[in-house]
Design a protein around this ligand. Structure first.
Ligand SMILES: *Cc1c(COP(=O)(O)O)cnc(C)c1O
Length: 464
């Protein structure tokens, strides 16, 4: 579908020049390029607070915090100053071969304070994907050191998203990501996820939560516990459609992992840093991880940085090994990225952003989201902390979906763009993840626009 709001707005010559350069030379992530070339990319030139501006001067409220990451909002002087200071003082040094610097040392200490109980040692990477790739190597190395080299299979879930590098994309269970690169790699196995609205049928959410958790046990028994290294999952699945687990799910997963001696690696790249109303999704759901991966909100996206946090069990084995660990990136613990992440965490603490997401602001966001459920197109709304989803359906009662060829979600997103709102579409599920600093009046504005855009897509469908 080539329909786009971008083609309907007047374009300056400068915008056109950027679009032409871009279309000729820039290979974009997750983009259909011939579509993009037809109408040109929207050029985003600046941002402040919860708003972004394009090169034509249009202002949009960013309901996605960039890509689920700008917790503290855009344009924060504290973060910019911290980065500038580090750039002048120590623009680069590595942490290979027994060196460190104040920024990496202080950030690891800080992370040990805010991450879930037991997570105390940190390896730095530059993206969520690198973090998960590193985690897979750590899991394999752990079982090798433990002299159980057969324990190598990693189980993750359908609709899980863990990034795009070879191992991370193999962990991911969004099936469209696999065929282009002949994935998953051997040893990566996927099970059902707890998507109650989509797959729960007549079951209660609680029963469905138990059933999907026990799919892990079934898979372990099928393949043999002696062959299973780890289970990898997000507390709330993000890019797969904002799937919030039923209340019964995580306690059962904890139990199963312990029973079969399967490591639990929790991907906190979206859920970390206040998104679900506590510091980490593991805190919100009582998950007992052996290790976690974090990125996005760690620096509010101001700098590329990720961290893999190790619990005592894995940490002790790695720290006590007497051979060199053969892994690490040139930019692991980059001083500028660490400095900015530290400033970000200071802002989050000073402004009590986690408490806000878990308290009044989160509650207000959830209430306004729930008000959309009276709309004839809205089958369900669901939320936790500052994460929200809206299911657009053909029939509210039967949960019947629209014909995918209608591209209802995609067209709704285009209406949002044209009307000053960034709201993401995952199929026909609209998702929201605004900056944690958003105010109540900005939340009102966001949901006013969201309702208007759902009305617009309803009108389009009525005409068809
Ligand atoms: C975004 C994301 C990743 C990948 O992070 P990148 O920085 O894009 O590599 C991994 N896991 C989850 C849960 C994510 O949302």
């Amino acid at each position: 579908m080539s329909q786009s709001d971008n083609s309907t707005i007047a374009k300056s010559n400068q915008t056109k020049r950027w679009q032409e350069m871009d279309a000729a030379h820039h290979l974009h992530p997750f983009t259909t390029h011939h579509e993009l070339a037809k109408h040109g990319a929207r050029v985003i030139t600046r941002a402040k607070g919860v708003y972004i501006w394009d090169s034509e001067g249009n202002r949009l409220i960013d309901g996605m915090a960039g890509l689920w990451c700008v917790q503290v909002g855009y344009g924060r002087e504290e973060l910019a100053e911290a980065g500038y200071k580090a750039l002048k003082e120590l623009p680069f040094y590595n942490s290979f071969f027994q060196t460190t610097h104040p920024y990496a040392a202080e950030l690891s200490q800080k992370l040990s304070e805010v991450t879930p109980k037991g997570i105390d040692r940190f390896f730095f990477a530059n993206s969520g994907s690198e973090g998960n790739d590193s985690a897979v190597k750590i899991i394999r190395y752990y079982w090798n050191l433990k002299k159980q080299p057969k324990k190598k299979i990693i189980i993750s879930r359908n609709k899980g998203y863990h990034g795009v590098t070879l191992a991370s994309a193999s962990l991911s269970g969004i099936s469209a990501m696999h065929p282009q690169a002949d994935l998953p790699l051997p040893g990566f196995v996927h099970i059902a996820c707890p998507y109650w609205y989509g797959d729960g049928g007549d079951m209660t959410p609680e029963d469905f939560g138990l059933k999907t958790a026990r799919a892990l046990e079934e898979k372990i028994l099928e393949l043999g516990a002696e062959n299973i290294a780890a289970f990898v999952a997000e507390p709330v699945q993000g890019a797969g459609g904002l799937i919030i687990p039923p209340s019964t799910y995580w306690a059962e997963i904890n139990r199963i992992c312990k029973k079969y001696d399967v490591l639990l690696h929790i991907d906190e790249v979206i859920c970390g840093f206040g998104r679900t109303g506590k510091w980490f999704g593991s805190d919100t759901y009582g998950i007992e991880p052996d290790m976690i991966n974090m990125a996005k909100g760690l620096s509010s996206g101001y700098q590329p940085i990720a961290a893999v946090g190790l619990g005592t069990r894995i940490g002790d084995v790695l720290f006590n090994s007497d051979e060199e660990w053969s892994h690490g990136f040139t930019y692991s613990g980059h001083p500028v990225a660490c400095a900015v992440a530290l400033a970000n965490l200071e802002v989050m603490q000073k402004e009590h952003l986690v408490e806000k997401a878990g308290g009044a602001t989160g509650a207000y966001f959830q209430k306004k989201l729930a008000e959309l459920s009276d709309h004839p197109l809205v089958g369900e709304t669901r939320s936790v902390g500052m994460l929200g989803a809206i299911e657009l359906v053909k029939d509210k009662k039967t949960r019947e979906r629209f014909d995918p060829a209608l591209e209802v979600g995609y067209r709704c997103r285009l209406h949002c763009f044209a009307n000053g709102l960034v709201m993401r579409a995952i199929g026909d599920t609209m998702v929201l993840s605004p900056p944690l600093v958003i105010s109540e009046s900005e939340i009102d504005e966001l949901f006013g626009l969201a309702r208007r855009c759902i009305d617009l897509i309803a009108r389009d469908l009525g005409k068809q």
